[in-house]
Ligand binder design. Structure first.
Ligand code: DGJ
Length: 740
């Protein structure tokens, strides 16, 4: 890994074994992009890569020059309106009404390792030798606004993390109306664009389309990163697939309004932008003030989508997630939400927990409904004090009873919200986001607290930390069940209202930071009506997230498969729930529900007392299995082999670091008859090792399993009256492969 600056040609070359990233200071002082891709040799001068040609209807920068136009060159920090007509990385509104600016090279510095981002989640290093950071300073001399463009290259893999810090060194205030974290101009557009989209209970489905001239974009304007679009996109060469070929993944470490956009211009250049959504964004910078953008992480891989995902998994698992739980096997939990909803008493909860304990479950989680006067979703949010009618001994009493069973205790909260029917709202009706004189829209009968105000965050912190200090709470599920409307803070002046969405998220991060540092051993799981804020920003504070409110095993195949594009398996909260399933009313076999949920932070979302004795035997086996293999399942190298978006059969697998153990998850949605023989070529095994197949007892070399494949044919290949146990719909199997 190295960062070279060639003085003469004014060229920067950031590279490691995988990637080269080359930029130059152009003749007008702006930073140009020359190359981003597979590692190449360094040379003194790469300026030939900046191609120019005289073209009709083009505007040129210099008088009597028909060559230098920003419309034609690839750039790192482009502005609009000075010959570039594409969407810019930055827009500065000035007091005279102009939005034209001109960011020219001022200087640069190299930093060993990676500096922290003030108040924002970001990837980090544990030793300076893990990464190197280049900060290029560019300045708009007329306004005095300086931008520090930060590029961190990690020693291993094709990872480049970027962000921008703005400093107003001028004499007048300005407004940032666009401040993207990343702009990357690529020389062609022959890419398939992949996004993770959906809605509540159908999060992060994979959607692909080819780029064409014009704009392709995903975004959120909901205040949360959203169920609808995830802040993650992939540019994939059409010939690339899961296992080979060039892909670029872009991930924004942010939990609020975002934009990720590709613009293909008339000459086939592709501009990728990622950052805070400019829609509604307007940040006032007074002289002396600064603004830090969130971080955008790019992963380049020529090993296909699996190669890219594995790099994201490792980076996000080890150098984004933090703290006590980062590397630890995650406790198997039983959450009472689908077991009882709001209908519980202390005794009923203890009864559920007792049965879970009998099955080997380690953590009991009390979900929504324990506080204030919360008997349904109309009341109570904001009053973080246990409801004595339900819990006469408070959270402390219940936690003690759970601990006495030999289990850990966890608690649900939704700290950003308030119901109007709550003591908090009655005391502070002005604490919600609302526009004076206008209707206040609700979501699930709740309103959003103005987390841009420190006193609001302080007061919530006081309330919740009192509980956590007095009760044995080992886990917190932090929920967020509505998007923001009427985003307005009564505490900010008119010309700062465009800051509220971002200040809100900063308030959320601040509360997370305070709670995670004050209670470092509590395991946090993020949640937003399932996966409405399943993003890298949350992962920095909460090493796992509830992936979706849809707990049906078949629906989960798509959700978890899509989620795995960017997020590590250890971060994907996945539970076994009852049948008929509460979201799609489907009946799937108990083993299939577990076989899907094993590939995640595993748990149960039901009252185990309601299962038959036979089922309880199975549950006990499942818990034992998970305890034995969870390190491998959650932290092993994950490969997607067959996609639920492409067929009836789905296969994925994990391999241990030493390659001595692997687990293959095989799933078939609908049953088939007189079917073809099937096999699947495995990945990541040691060619020379021999593995015993747990289902057949046969032993195979790694190269056999990877090249001719694992035979997955079953009783469906042939006549139905065969001797073997018949299959039904929603069948699944786990193959454990241990080296002998
Ligand atoms: C939405 C979450 O996703 C559910 O798991 C549950 O916690 C409910 N909220 C409780 O209101």
């Amino acid at each position: 890994m190295d960062i070279i600056f060639h003085e003469k040609s004014k060229t920067f070359h950031l590279y490691n074994e995988t990637i080269s990233y080359i930029m130059m200071i152009m003749e007008n002082g702006h930073l140009g992009q020359l190359y981003c891709g597979k590692k190449i040799h360094d040379r003194e001068d790469f300026s030939y890569l900046s191609e120019k040609a005289p073209r009709p209807m083009t505007s040129y920068v210099y008088e009597n020059d028909r060559l230098f136009s920003l419309e034609h060159v690839r750039q790192e920090f482009p502005v609009y309106g000075t010959t570039d007509y594409r969407r810019p990385a930055v827009e500065v509104l000035q007091n005279n009404g102009s939005r034209i600016s001109e960011f020219q090279y001022l200087g640069h510095r190299l930093i060993e390792g990676k500096p922290e981002l003030d108040g924002l989640p970001a990837t980090y290093t544990e030793a300076d030798s893990e990464a190197e950071t280049l900060v290029v300073e560019v300045k708009d001399s007329l306004t005095g606004v300086k931008a520090e463009l930060s590029y961190t290259i990690f020693r291993e893999n094709g990872i480049i993390a970027r962000s921008v810090k703005f400093l107003n060194e001028g004499k007048e205030s300005v407004h940032l109306t666009q401040a993207m974290s990343l702009c990357l101009d690529l020389p062609d557009y022959n890419y398939e664009w992949m996004q993770l989209s959906g809605c509540w209970s159908r999060e992060r489905h994979i959607k692909n389309r080819m780029l064409v001239q014009g704009i392709t974009a995903i975004d959120s304007m909901r205040g949360n990163s959203s169920h609808e679009q995830n802040p993650f996109v992939v540019l994939k060469r059409p010939s690339a697939n899961e296992h080979q070929g060039e892909v670029y993944g872009f991930s924004l470490v942010y939990s609020g309004n975002f934009l990720m956009q590709a613009e293909v211009d008339a000459h086939d250049t592709l501009r990728l932008l990622a950052g805070i959504n400019p829609q509604g964004f307007d940040w006032k910078l007074e002289p002396g003030e600064y603004f830090q953008t969130p971080e955008a992480v790019m992963v380049y891989s020529d090993n296909g989508l699996n190669g890219m995902s594995q790099v994201f998994h490792k980076l996000y698992q080890k150098r984004l997630a933090r703290g006590y739980w980062r590397d630890r096997e995650r406790p198997i939990l039983n959450n009472n939400w689908e077991a009882s909803y709001f209908d519980f008493t202390e005794d009923k909860l203890v009864k559920i927990a007792k049965k879970a304990k009998e099955c080997g479950v380690e953590l009991f989680v009390l979900d929504d409904g324990w506080f204030g006067k919360r008997s349904n979703d109309h009341t109570g949010l904001g009053d973080w004090i246990a409801n004595p009618e339900l819990l006469p001994n408070g959270i402390t009493g219940l936690a003690d009873r759970i601990e006495a069973l030999g289990m850990k205790f966890g608690l649900w909260v939704e700290l950003e919200m308030v119901n109007k029917d709550s003591d908090l709202y009655r005391k502070h009706p002005d604490w919600i986001l609302a526009v004076p004189g206008r209707n206040q829209s609700h979501g699930r009968y709740q309103y959003v607290l103005d987390f841009s105000r420190k006193e609001v965050v302080d007061s919530i912190y006081e309330m919740i930390s009192k509980i956590l200090e007095n009760a044995k709470v080992s886990y917190i599920k932090w929920d967020m069940n509505r998007s923001i409307t009427e985003c307005y803070s009564t505490c900010l002046p008119a010309d700062r209202q465009g800051e509220v969405f971002h200040r809100y998220i900063l308030g959320v991060y601040d509360l997370y930071e305070r709670l995670t540092s004050h209670f470092p051993k509590i395991l946090f799981e993020s949640c937003a009506s399932g996966g409405g804020r399943f993003d890298p920003g949350m992962l920095y504070y909460a090493p796992q997230g509830w992936a979706s409110d849809d707990s049906d095993a078949v629906e989960r195949l798509k959700i978890q498969y899509g989620t795995s594009m960017c997020y590590p398996i250890s971060s994907i909260g996945a539970h076994v729930s009852v049948i008929p399933n509460h979201q799609v009313f489907r009946n799937t076999p108990l083993h299939t529900r577990a076989n899907v949920a094993y590939f995640g932070a595993f748990g149960y979302e039901l009252d185990l007392n309601k299962l038959s004795e036979e089922e309880i035997v199975q549950v006990k086996e499942q818990v034992q299995f998970m305890k034995k293999y969870r390190i491998l399942l959650q932290y092993g190298t994950f490969y997607r082999l067959k996609s639920p978006f492409e067929g009836n059969e789905i296969v994925w697998m994990v391999v241990s670091e030493d390659k001595k153990t692997a687990i293959v998850g095989w799933y078939r949605i609908l049953n088939v008859v007189n079917a073809a023989y099937t096999r699947v070529c495995l990945k990541g095994l040691d060619v020379d090792l021999q593995y015993r197949n747990s289902l057949t007892g046969r032993v195979h070399y790694g190269d056999e399993l990877m090249n001719l494949g694992l035979i997955t044919s079953d009783v469906t290949a042939g006549e139905t009256e065969s001797q073997m146990k018949p299959c039904t719909d929603f069948e699944s199997r786990l193959y454990v492969l241990e080296a002998v």
